[in-house]
Design a binder for this molecule. Structure first.
Ligand SMILES: Cc1ncc(COP(=O)(O)O)c(C=O)c1O
Length: 287
C-alpha cells in the first residue's frame, strides 16, 4: 500500500527466518526495516527474535513484528523454551501488529498496530481543511490511515479484556495453552502413525502433515483426497503448499519442490477435549 520496496529472506526447515541469510542481506546494505513474523499463517512458526535483535545491534534497522496471529501466545504457559525466549524479547521491537480478530475473541475488523516510540506518529500526518483538534498533541485522527470509523470494535475489545484480562494465570491464557496442547497431542498422534509424514513440532497451535506415499506428487494428491474425505465426515481441515524441506519424508521421492499438505489450526480451548474425536474421524477418512 505504501509502495515500499521489499525483499523476502529465506527461512529454515521450520519456517523461521534464517539469521545467516538475513545477516548476508544486511551486510549488502540498504535495509531500513526488517519484519519478523511471530507466528506465520501457514505453520505458526516464530522467528528467532534474540538472533534478529543481535543483528539490529550491528546493522541498525527498524524491527517490525508481525504478531497478527501469534501475539497473544506470550501469555501461554506451555511454549517451548526456545519460543518463549522470542516472546520475552517482543517488547524490544520498534513496532508490532496484533490482531484481536484472530486470537483476541473479536469478530473481523479489530486489528492493532503499536509503536514503541509514539513520536513516530508524526510521520503519518495527513491534513485536510476541515479537521481540527482541540490539543496540540498527536491525535489518532491525524496519524492513522483509516480515518472515519466506528468505535464498536475497540469498545468490544475493551469489554472482552475486562472480562478476560490478559494475565498469565487467567482464563484467557489457559484457553491459549489448551489450544496449543491440543495441537501437540494431535501432532504426536499423526507422527506416531506410519501412514503420515510430519513437519517440525508446532510452535503455537498450528500443525501440518501429509499422507505418506512413494512420491511427493502422490502424497499431495492423497492429501487433497483426505481433505475431501474428512470434510464429508464434517472434519474441516485446510490445505497448504509448503517446501518439501519442511517435512520428514523418509525415502519419499522428491519429484516436486513443494508438497500439498494438510493443516489444522486448533485455536479453540474446546479442541483439547476434541482431539480423540478429530483423530477418530481422520483415521476413518484416511482408511
Ligand atoms: C501473520 C499474519 N499477518 C497478517 C495477517 C493479515 O491480518 P489482517 O487479518 O489484519 O488483514 C494475517 C492474517 O491471516 C496473519 O496471519
Amino acid at each position: 500500500m505504501l509502495g515500499l520496496k521489499f525483499e523476502a529472506v529465506s527461512c529454515d526447515w521450520r519456517g523461521r527466518i534464517d539469521p545467516a541469510a538475513l545477516e548476508r542481506r544486511l551486510a549488502a546494505g540498504g535495509v531500513g526495516t526488517v519484519v519478523a513474523t511471530i507466528g506465520t499463517t501457514a505453520t505458526g512458526s516464530v522467528d528467532p527474535l534474540p538472533a534478529i535483535l543481535e543483528l539490529r545491534e550491528r546493522f541498525k534497522f527498524r524491527l517490525h513484528a508481525d504478531a497478527a496471529y501469534g501475539g497473544y501466545f506470550g501469555l501461554a504457559a506451555n511454549l517451548s523454551a526456545e519460543t518463549r525466549r522470542t516472546y520475552e524479547r517482543l517488547r524490544e521491537v520498534d513496532s508490532i501488529v496484533i490482531d484481536p480478530h484472530k486470537h483476541g475473541l473479536q469478530p473481523y475488523g479489530c486489528g492493532c498496530v503499536m509503536f514503541r516510540d509514539p513520536e513516530v506518529g508524526r510521520f503519518y500526518k495527513h491534513d485536510s481543511p476541515y479537521t481540527y483538534f482541540t490539543s496540540g498533541d498527536l491525535h489518532l485522527g491525524e496519524i492513522s490511515l483509516e480515518c472515519s470509523r466506528p468505535g464498536a470494535a475497540a469498545v468490544a475489545l475493551w469489554a472482552t479484556q475486562r472480562l478476560l484480562p490478559l494475565v498469565t494465570d487467567g482464563d484467557f491464557a489457559r484457553g491459549l495453552a489448551a489450544g496449543r496442547k491440543a495441537a501437540l497431542t494431535l501432532y504426536e498422534r499423526v507422527k506416531g502413525d506410519r501412514r503420515f509424514v510430519t513437519a517440525a513440532p508446532p510452535e503455537l497451535d498450528i500443525l501440518v502433515w501429509a499422507p505418506r506415499a512413494a512420491r511427493v506428487s502422490e502424497a499431495s494428491a492423497r492429501a487433497r483426497r483426505l481433505f475431501e474425505e474428512a470434510a464429508r465426515r464434517h472434519l474441516h481441515l485446510a490445505l497448504a503448499e509448503l517446501p518439501v524441506e519442511f517435512f520428514d519424508l523418509g525415502r519419499m521421492e522428491q519429484d516436486r519442490p513443494t508438497l500439498t499438505c494438510l493443516r489444522s489450526v486448533l485455536m479453540k480451548p474446546e479442541h483439547r477435549e476434541w482431539v480423540d474425536r478429530i483423530w477418530a474421524i481422520l483415521d476413518q477418512a484416511a482408511g
